[in-house]
Every structure is written in C-alpha cells, then in structure tokens.
Design a protein around this ligand. Structure first.
Ligand code: SAM
Length: 219
C-alpha cells in the first residue's frame, strides 16, 4: 500500500534532513541482493528512533525483529560507546545478513543478534541493567506477549514502541480481520486497562505506506 505522493514527500524532506550515508547505502544494497524483504523502517522513521534514543540518553536498546539490521544500526549509532543493542530474529538468513551488515557498519561489538523465536529469547533475558527502550517490530500475532515481556525488561520511565499498528487503516476497520490485525487489536484491548504504561498511537504516511506506531511510556 504505497502512494507516490507520500513517497515523494519523504524523499523531499529527507533531502534536507538525512545526510547521505555510504555505509547505509551498502547495507540496503546487501539486503536487496540477498533477497531480504523491503519491510525495514524508512530512513525518516529510523532516524526518529535514533533521535528518541539520543533524547532519553539511552544506553540499552532491545529490538524484536531484526530483519537485515537496518533499524538496529540506526539505534546502535545513537548509543554511547558502552551502549548495547540486543535484537531478536527468528529467520537464520535474516540474522546472517544482519550480522554482515553490522560488520559493514563496524557495530558488531555493540549489537547482539539472538537467533530464535522472540518469545523464547525474551523469556531468557534477565539483564543486569534494564533497557531504556524496546522496539517491537516482528510478527504481529504475538504483539501482546512481546509487550508484556517488554514491560518486564524496560526501566520505569523507559519507552516501548510497537510498529505497524495502523496497517493501512485495517486495524480500525470493523469489517476487516486477519491474524495480524487481531494481534494488534488484542494489544490495544489490553492497553485500555493497563496501569503500567501510558500510550498513544501515531499514524504515519510515507514511503512505507499508511501505518503507525504505539508509543508507550513505562510507568
Ligand atoms: N526492525 C527491522 C528494521 O526496521 O530494519 C524490520 C523487522 S521486520 C518488519 C520483522 C522481522 O521479524 C523479520 O525479519 C521476521 O523474520 C522477524 N520475525 C517474525 N516472527 C518472529 C518471531 N516469532 N521471533 C523473532 N523474529 C520474528
């Protein structure tokens, strides 16, 4: 669900605000050559994530859904020298390409890719320091489970972001249903009475279509 007007608009704004980046160009090229689907964050969205991490002075970042490592690279670059990224990925090919891309970006020591179903990997995480921000961007069916784990793993005052919660407007369409959309709705229903977070959805339109994310503050 793309729209030429939205894509043109992103391109226009990016031309002022997002610097040319040969390393990221190489990363994107590698993803394309290795058949990684074109479902990473857009540059503008990834930079927004990067800016939030900088704004809160984040040191520890958790990601569910690595793909080729594009968002992990943007995130890792926002952290201090001793910052850490943990990113979870179920698909061995995606994880392998992500590792290559992290090397390309010189970030292999800052980022740990954990291969396996995120539900299992999350349950095994008991970090000494809680995460400052968790970004949930994997299978939507398990959104509520990932969110519940993220609440356990993110510090009070930290942030949980869940991507793709608008899904071309289908989530708000009572006539529409599929497993992904039901996964997103289940999370929204749970959030309604969740006293541990305060959250809002921001809808976006850009080169990746009409979608949006939940931004939740861990109380
Ligand atoms: N965050 C990435 C970026 O912007 O560069 C994009 C992530 S992509 C939208 C979703 C990823 O989640 C895919 O690589 C997919 O293989 C992975 N995924 C799907 N189900 C998963 C699961 N159960 N556990 C872990 N990863 C999963």
């Amino acid at each position: 669900f793309t729209n030429e007007n939205w894509t043109r608009s992103d391109k226009y704004h990016n031309s002022f605000l997002i610097a040319k980046d040969p390393v990221l160009d190489e990363v994107v090229k590698n993803c394309k050559e290795q058949g990684i689907p074109n479902i990473a964050l857009s540059a503008a969205q990834a930079k927004f994530l990067h800016l939030i991490l900088k704004t809160i002075g984040a040191k520890n970042y958790l990601e569910v859904g690595t793909l080729g490592g594009y968002s992990a690279i943007w995130a890792a670059r926002a952290l201090p020298q001793d910052g850490k990224v943990i990113t979870l990925e179920i698909n061995p090919h995606h994880a392998k390409v992500a590792e290559e891309n992290l090397k390309l970006a010189g970030l292999q020591d800052k980022v740990k890719v954990i291969l396996g179903p995120a539900a299992d990997s999350l349950s095994k995480l008991h970090p000494e320091e809680l995460f400052d921000l968790a970004f949930i961007d994997a299978d939507k069916v398990n959104n509520l489970l990932y969110f519940t784990e993220a609440k356990r793993l993110v510090r009070p005052g930290g942030i949980i972001i869940v991507d793709n919660v608008v899904w071309d407007g289908t989530v708000g369409d009572p006539e529409y249903s599929d497993d992904n959309v039901e996964g997103i709705r289940k999370l929204l229903h749970a959030l309604k009475d969740d006293k541990e977070v305060e959250a809002t959805t921001i809808a976006t339109a850009g080169e990746k279509g009409f979608d949006g994310f939940i931004y939740a503050l861990r109380k």
